[in-house]
Design a protein. Structure first.
Length: 108
């Protein structure tokens, strides 16, 4: 399992425009293996936006995705749509999910 995390600072007042640009345009543009996504806004600055998603792939599957010309093209188009909304890319990367921790009261 892999996790992608991106932290951005948006230009003031463009969240809705960013949100629309952020989402892939069609079902086939979503990355292979992606299972869940979250978008969060900082409580002290709503222009700071974090997006993170889970991918049901191992490192080899991630490399295959990164080498997929169709996904690369779709991701380039998405980045171009988002660019006018961004002030700064703060952090971006893929991470191995080392473990999932559930607080006792939420365990089944």
């Amino acid at each position: 399992m892999m996790c992608a995390l991106v932290l951005r600072r948006l230009k003031p007042g463009v969240y809705e425009q960013f949100r629309e640009a952020w989402e892939p345009l069609s079902d086939d543009e979503w990355p292979r293996g992606m299972t869940r996504l979250w978008i969060g806004r900082a409580d002290d600055d709503p222009n700071v936006v974090a997006t993170w998603g889970l991918f049901d792939v191992d490192e080899a599957g991630l490399e295959e995705l990164r080498d997929d010309p169709a996904w690369i093209a779709a991701e380039s188009r998405r980045m171009e749509r988002m660019a006018p909304c961004e002030e700064e890319l703060i952090a971006s990367g893929f991470f191995h999910v080392a473990e999932e921790v559930t607080p006792p009261r939420y365990r089944s």
